[in-house]
Design a protein around this ligand. Structure first.
Ligand code: SF4
Length: 93
């Protein structure tokens, strides 16, 4: 994903959620305890097959979701993506 594509996925509503692979899953699996690498991988396996993972990740980065697995990423991974995205936005003026 290019960082310039990261935008809050709110335009036109959040209809991407209707196509989410997790819409019928137990959402607790997307919020593993800190350091639970097995739990993170379990969530990522669902995200890997999700048709709206890109939209989900854009939403999570754009709205600064600091908890859980979104778009197959951990909070730390999203924090780094968000920092890069904000830096790019600032440089673009
Ligand atoms: S990428 Fe993962 S968390 Fe996001 S909607 Fe899809 S299954 Fe759910």
């Amino acid at each position: 994903m290019t960082l310039t594509a990261l935008q809050p996925a709110t335009a036109g509503g959040a209809s991407w959620r209707d196509k989410a692979a997790c819409r019928t899953a137990d959402l607790d699996i997307f919020f593993p305890d800190p350091g639970d690498v097995v739990g993170v991988e379990r969530a990522r396996q669902v995200c890997d097959g999700c048709p709206v993972a890109s939209e989900c990740l854009s939403y999570a980065v754009g709205t600064n979701q600091t908890e859980g697995v979104w778009g197959g990423t951990t909070p730390g991974e999203r924090r780094r993506l968000r920092q890069r995205w904000l830096k790019e936005l600032k440089e673009a003026g």
